[in-house]
Ligand binder design. Structure first.
Ligand SMILES: *[C@@H]1O[C@H](CO)[C@@H](O)[C@H](O)[C@H]1NC(C)=O
Ligand SMILES: *[C@@H]1O[C@H](CO)[C@@H](O)[C@H](O)[C@H]1NC(C)=O
Length: 318
């Protein structure tokens, strides 16, 4: 009996390790020093409950070497708060993809790789971080990661970095660069350069206002992850920033698909769940098309994919 009580007490003590104790035992010395140098973050973490991603000393050293200025408190706060999510994600028995909203405001993506190891993705272009160790503390869990997590940039910067030059050019041509860069809490379906090339002759005939209507059809209010679509299977009449048109979005068992009112073939999601600042981006292989009341008539039965630009143009001119 005595033994049981003593053992229970021991277990209780072991489980009650504080965040600082756990970080110290994990050897996260640089992280501890950075947190101590940032008063608001130190305060936030003193009562923190949830999941903390703790970059190794080597990971943080590499980030500083790459140009990160840890003395810039604004930047430091952004990066540190991006490592803390107020929900407990233990990663135990986890497979698939999950998104955790951080104290910074943006999400990180946790996904298992082919070896069933958890990787954490952050800003586009940064390598995914491997979880090298997971440790419980009294308020949740610490995952030691081998890369610093970087908060995502705005969606226009992400589109540029991703090489979606036709999309960026079209956004600029429509006079929407500032509007799009400032979008928050939306999902953007971002067509590839090939998708724009397939409708190049059509696009040339569109007025700036029509171009705007095409682009706005690619903006869905709210954050819609590919996992949400897979779960829902079919989302019909999804409202978009184009107030006159909706999209049908679905999962066919293999691909996530989206189609606009004038698409005869659905767009396929080629790259899902790219993180941008408060925006989620799905790269698609076909431009989504609204119906226009005047000037433009899309012919039914003509696919705008498959490089059929000339055909489409002919149909549109009719
Ligand atoms: C780093 O940030 C600090 C504080 O904002 C600033 O004084 C310093 O000049 C910056 N260093 C570099 C190399 O930009
Ligand atoms: C969406 O699905 C509904 C119901 O199946 C259909 O009537 C509508 O035409 C579809 N719209 C688009 C844009 O594909």
């Amino acid at each position: 009996m005595k033994f049981t009580i003593a053992f229970a007490a021991l277990v209780a003590v072991a489980q009650a390790a504080t965040l600082v104790e756990v970080l110290t035992s994990a050897g996260a010395n640089t992280l501890i020093a950075l947190v101590k140098s940032d008063a608001p973050v130190l305060t936030a973490l003193s009562t923190f409950k949830g999941t903390l991603f703790a970059p190794t000393d080597a990971a943080l050293a590499a980030t500083v070497k790459a140009g990160f200025n840890a003395s810039d408190l604004t930047a430091l706060t952004q990066v540190l708060t991006y490592h803390a999510a107020p929900t407990v994600f233990t990663g135990k028995d986890f497979t698939g993809t999950a998104f955790l909203t951080t104290l910074q405001g943006n999400e990180v993506k946790a996904a298992t790789n082919k070896e069933n190891k958890i990787q954490i993705s952050s800003a586009f272009g940064t390598p995914a971080a491997n979880v090298v160790k997971s440790l419980e503390f009294d308020g949740g869990v610490v995952h030691v990661v081998d890369q610093t997590l970087i908060p995502p940039a705005n969606v226009v910067s992400v589109a540029k970095a991703a090489g979606l030059t036709s999309l960026v050019d079209t956004i600029v041509a429509a006079g929407l660069a500032e509007t799009v860069a400032g979008l928050k809490d939306v999902t953007i379906l971002a067509p590839t350069n090939e998708a724009f090339a397939a409708i190049a002759s059509v696009a040339k005939t569109l007025t700036v206002d029509q171009l705007k209507q095409v682009l706005l059809l690619h903006v869905v209010p709210g954050i819609v992850h590919s996992t949400d679509i897979v779960k829902a299977k079919t989302l019909n009449k999804v409202a978009t920033a184009n107030k006159d048109a909706t999209l049908n979005i679905s999962f066919d068992g293999t691909n996530v698909l989206a189609s606009g009112p004038a698409n005869t073939a659905a767009a396929k999601v080629a790259v899902a769940d790219v993180l941008a600042d408060k925006v989620i981006v799905h790269v698609i292989d076909t431009v989504l098309l609204p119906k226009f009341e005047t000037n433009i008539k899309y012919s039914s039965g003509v696919s705008v994919v498959a490089g059929a630009a000339a055909l489409v143009a002919a149909a549109l001119m009719a």
